[in-house]
Design a protein around this ligand. Structure first.
Ligand SMILES: *[C@@H]1O[C@H](CO)[C@@H](O)[C@H](O)[C@H]1NC(C)=O
Ligand SMILES: *[C@@H]1O[C@H](CO)[C@@H](O)[C@H](O)[C@H]1NC(C)=O
Ligand SMILES: *[C@@H]1O[C@H](CO)[C@@H](O)[C@H](O)[C@H]1NC(C)=O
Ligand SMILES: *[C@@H]1O[C@H](CO)[C@@H](O)[C@H](O)[C@H]1NC(C)=O
Ligand SMILES: *[C@@H]1O[C@H](CO)[C@@H](O)[C@H](O)[C@H]1NC(C)=O
Ligand SMILES: *[C@@H]1O[C@H](CO)[C@@H](O)[C@H](O)[C@H]1NC(C)=O
Length: 427
């Protein structure tokens, strides 16, 4: 499997996006200006010299304006044009055969995406999603990721002291950024550390900080709190690091909130509310804000946690229903709201699949099995890949509007979907 280098490889890693490039550009301009004048006579040089203070003043003015334009971006936002180096594949540690397993998983995930695109006959050169690229979108072109460790730092992911599983997840998050960078040239992305999450909570619902800091709170619940707080502050597109993007989904025109109805049917025992591994919202959206408050009320025991619903997925769905004034969830249509809901389905569940004609046609075709995720063969000496007792491979996110698949719910290499679990004893 080939791995394309991003369009503009750049070895610099700058924190303050855009600024360095701007200064570089203005330096180049003044250099060529001097060059032209060198061939003229002294009076001309004197005139130019006398103009320098004035030019400097104007340049300062421009610089100041440019800086104030950029200032709303927090310093940890990366600009995909200037920080393309962050998206290069990390080297795997040497002398660590087990890592070949993880490389295989990364390659297999990208093959899965290619196969799915072929089956749905997406034009490979059509880099747009379902809508034309627009600059007036209400949801900012910012991709948001969170993880305990900085997944965009190769020295972290390639370290043998941390979970090598993170390598697969990190490469997946980069693939997500690359997929969206093909449709949005103005794309930014951000990694949120625990401190960034605490800061976002502090600015939105500080009462949640003690719960976030509680060592007993599982990582996935921390991520529940963090994504919602950050979306409240800035808006953007949040992705779980294990969500596999087949085709970038962009919010339809005028939509201010997009997420996914969880697999199963409301009321069913397997239903867990919204599948918020993908959650896009405008800044300070009423549903997002209410969901954050509901989580605080749930965690502090003031609100009964809905039976069977997890913290984030449950509160997000309930907040959506409350804001939209919906009591019966089963009969809602996207057209009726300025929110848009995708649908998670289990590709191995014939009943679920049968409800979508195009999808069942694809799955029943000769090459239909190409749509399914494939756990690579075990590495004899390295590791055994397992999906464990609860197989969550082949859950996918579909747009009921166009009947096609946008995401797989989980990449290979995650718990319950092809994770590397043990070293095989040598025979
Ligand atoms: C779409 O993206 C691919 C890969 O980045 C690139 O080769 C191709 O030229 C792009 N197509 C268009 C129409 O921009
Ligand atoms: C990490 O790798 C280095 C060099 O490859 C090795 O010396 C060290 O023992 C390894 N550490 C662990 C915890 O595996
Ligand atoms: C929350 O913000 C306030 C005001 O900026 C600051 O004084 C406080 O230290 C912050 N708390 C945390 C936990 O970051
Ligand atoms: C989007 O909103 C604008 C302004 O409210 C409206 O004129 C337009 O018809 C809407 N477009 C769609 C597709 O709903
Ligand atoms: C909510 O919907 C109910 C009927 O389902 C209606 O009676 C009520 O007026 C609605 N409330 C608001 C605020 O729209
Ligand atoms: C199903 O696929 C056909 C052919 O690819 C396409 O024209 C049609 O729009 C699709 N149906 C839906 C509901 O998207």
């Amino acid at each position: 499997m080939k791995h394309r280098r991003p369009a503009k490889p750049n070895s610099r890693i700058v924190d303050e996006e855009g600024r360095e490039e701007f200064f570089a550009t203005s330096r180049v301009k003044s250099r060529s200006f001097k060059f032209k004048r060198r061939h003229q006579r002294w009076p001309a040089i004197a005139t130019v010299l006398s103009l320098i203070p004035c030019l400097l003043f104007i340049r300062n003015l421009i610089t100041t304006n440019r800086e104030s334009e950029l200032s709303p971006f927090p310093p940890n936002w990366w600009d995909v044009q200037n920080q393309a180096s962050l998206l290069l594949r990390c080297p795997q540690p040497q002398h660590a055969p087990k890592w070949n397993c993880y490389n295989d998983l990364v390659d297999e995930n990208s093959d899965t995406v290619d196969r799915a695109k072929r089956l749905f006959e997406y034009d490979p050169n059509d880099n747009r999603s379902k809508e034309e690229h627009r600059f007036d979108d209400r949801i900012p072109h910012l991709l948001i990721f969170t993880h305990k460790y900085n997944i965009f730092d190769c020295s972290v992911t390639a370290s043998n002291s941390t979970s090598p599983n993170m390598y697969t997840l990190a490469e997946n998050a980069k693939a997500t950024v690359k997929a969206y960078s093909r449709i949005w040239p103005d794309l930014h992305f951000v990694y949120l550390s625990d401190n960034d999450c605490i800061d976002a909570l502090n600015r939105t619902e500080p009462g949640l900080i003690p719960f976030f800091n509680d060592v007993k709170l599982e990582g996935m619940f921390k991520a529940d709190l963090c994504r919602v707080a950050y979306l409240c502050l800035h808006g953007g597109y949040y992705f779980d690091v294990d969500l596999l993007v087949v085709r970038p989904f962009t919010a339809p025109k005028n939509s201010t909130f997009v997420t996914v109805k969880g697999e199963g049917s409301p009321g069913g025992s397997d239903f867990r509310g919204f599948f918020q591994a993908f959650l896009a919202a405008e800044k300070d959206h009423a549903i997002v804000r209410l969901s954050l408050r509901m989580m605080l009320e749930t965690l502090s025991g003031k609100r009964p946690s809905s039976s069977g619903l997890y913290l984030g997925p449950g509160s997000l769905m309930e907040a959506w229903m409350e804001v939209q004034n919906i009591t019966d969830f089963s009969n809602t249509k996207n057209d009726d709201y300025d929110t848009y809901l995708l649908k998670e389905i289990n590709l191995n569940d014939q009943l679920q699949v049968s409800m979508y004609k195009n999808l069942s046609d694809v799955l029943m075709s000769e090459t239909g099995s190409d749509l399914l995720q494939r756990v690579p063969g075990d590495h004899e000496d390295d590791c055994k890949l397992s999906t464990g007792s609860w197989n969550v491979c082949n859950f996918a996110v579909l747009d009921e509007g166009d009947g096609s698949i946008y995401f797989y719910s989980r990449v290979l290499g995650t718990t319950y979907c092809g994770v590397c679990v043990e070293k095989r004893p040598k025979r």
